[in-house]
Design a protein around this ligand. Sequence first.
Ligand code: ATP
Ligand code: MG
Length: 440
Amino acid sequence: MRLSRYFMPILKENPKEAEIVSHRLMLRAGMIRQQSQGIYSWLPLGKRVLDKVNAIIREEQNRAGAIELSMPTLQSAELWQESGRYDAYGKEMLRIKDRQHRPMLYGPTNEEMVTDIFRSSIKSYKDLPLNLYHIQLKFRDEIRPRFGTMRSREFMMKDAYSFDLTREGAEHSYNKMFAAYLRTFDRLGLRAIPMRADTGPIGGKLSHEFIILADTGESEVFCHKDFVDFDIPGEHTDFDSVEGLQAIFDKWTSLYAATSEMHDEAAFNAVPEGDRLSARGIEVGHIFYFGTKYSEPMGAKVQGPDGKEHFVHMGSYGIGPTRLVPAIIEASHDDNGIIWPASVAPFDIVVINMKAGDQACDDTCELIYAALTKAGKDVLYDDTDDRAGTKFATADLIGVPVQIIAGPRAVANGEVEVKDRKTGARETMTIEAAINRFVA
Ligand code: ATP
Ligand code: MG
């Protein structure tokens, strides 16, 4: 991508409305634009990051055996009347009437709809287990939308829904998502800690929130510090192994970890003082086993091996991609801007032409840009005629992991500079060596 032809509206000044660093940096880097309160456009640079986050979420959902579909954002109120949530949900639900005055709503979540899809075609235990997910916009009329896309009214969610014949089966489905979440957040460059969460009015069932430690987090959390170094389940984790996944779950729930709603002061005080971590956190994922809460009122049942009908046991599993992007920035930035983990960086490399219009600089940059693009890298080529200082500031601000800098003096020697955004380390090398370093 040539910057001269791209759309990346950088802000020079710090936007006044942004209270936290991720919101400030997303606005300054031209990643998002607020369209109305808590409703955002994702501009091209932001969209690239969001797409990469979603690609990782999708890979790990698929690896764990979940199947992707797509459900609509607008839902009919009827389904929600069946489950009893149409009246129970409250003001966070955006209610709409169509031209026939039929009550509709903009989905805040999809338990009812997916249960309807399930009951319309699955009749036998032989078709279980099943886990269906989508990555789709949601709307919740939050009382206090804030911090940019961290807490917005319209936001994206990956929501998965599992169906099993028995409670034991549902626990295995839960453990699959538990392990998939550990892998997902790790690949996004984050350390997320699963914390026991409130199970709400139905009680007694399983629920964990995945929390990232960050000073600007809205939740107050308490946990054992060893979680910071726990091993993440590997790429070859066998998601069909009941014992294997149970062992992962047991290990990751063996130490104290709770948000303030579930905090047990006495249990926390039993953790040796030097091992206690009390901090603030951002909830990036939430998994839930709720048994037959929706399958009973909505009549989602299958024939079991005993020939009898059984209401299916369900779970739901959410991740917030549009919250994850700012969460990653909260965890990874410095005074000059964002520092993207390579896995989600909008571009892999930025090529900076320090003197656009200078034949040798132009030729060198074109050569590098073409070679790296051909090798499958996402390359941003800063071919604008801005001052060198402006270009460096922009490159640092948008956080691309590698900068290849071509200035007239180095280029005259057949050389360029390669800068690592994270460490700031710069290395001078031949043009060929610079290309070869990134062409595997
Ligand atoms: P919170 O407690 O932060 O309001 P929640 O518990 O209501 O969130 P869930 O229903 O568990 O949210 O939704 C699953 C995931 O969706 C959350 O873990 C979070 O990552 C994301 N999410 C929820 N609400 C928002 C929001 N208003 N803006 C952005 N992401 C959100
Ligand atoms: Mg939650």
